[in-house]
Design a binder for this molecule. Structure first.
Ligand code: FE
Length: 186
């Protein structure tokens, strides 16, 4: 199985999982997020990060209702960690930072916070709420923080029930292009 197929398998096998309280499933949400990135002219690594940003939700074993049980699954850390075997920082860092990016955006943009879905508002509480001023200023200086903030805006818009989109294969070329060079152990 190719490395791209290995990643896609998680979506094809588990992508019908609920996206915690939203009206789209994990696969639909991933594709909609990546499509928004692509339509916005993002480069390949950021499109791939957008596609795979919730990979951690698919590979953890806390159950589909993890947030409603009041647990923060730290899916951004789990996902970025697993994907670091396949991609460099330009893909994994926006993924790792996408939850902090929500806390950042809520601190700078009240309209963004007011438009969060109910599930996102609930998980924001579990994730620590909007950043305070010092955390906000610190965050945006970090490498890939601006990419993570863009990803996070697409993420929030990628919850449209019944939207017609290309399928996962549409993104294969981008995923393939971002793979780190295979080692002898691959
Ligand atoms: Fe998401």
């Amino acid at each position: 199985m190719s490395r791209v197929d290995e990643i896609f398998a998680a979506y094809l096998n588990k992508g019908s999982r609920a996206y915690g309280g939203e009206r789209v499933n994990q696969l639909e949400h991933a594709i909609q997020t990546a499509l928004l990135a692509e339509q916005s002219g993002a480069d390949a690594p950021l499109i791939v990060a957008s596609l795979l940003h919730d990979f951690g939700h698919l590979v953890h074993n806390f159950g589909e209702d993890v947030f409603s049980r009041g647990l923060d699954d730290r899916h951004e850390i789990i996902g970025a960690g697993k994907l670091s075997a396949f991609f460099g920082d330009a893909v994994t860092m926006p993924i790792k930072l996408h939850v902090d990016a929500k806390r950042y955006l809520c601190a700078i943009d009240h309209a963004y916070q007011n438009n969060l879905s109910p599930a996102s508002t609930w998980s924001l509480k579990l994730q620590g709420g909007p950043f305070a001023a010092a955390e906000r200023d610190e965050f945006i200086k970090r490498p890939f923080a601006a990419d993570a903030a863009n990803l996070r805006r697409w993420d929030e818009s990628a919850k449209q029930f019944g939207l017609l989109t290309p399928n996962l294969e549409h993104f294969r070329k981008h995923v393939q292009a971002c793979l780190i060079v295979a080692t002898e152990h691959d």
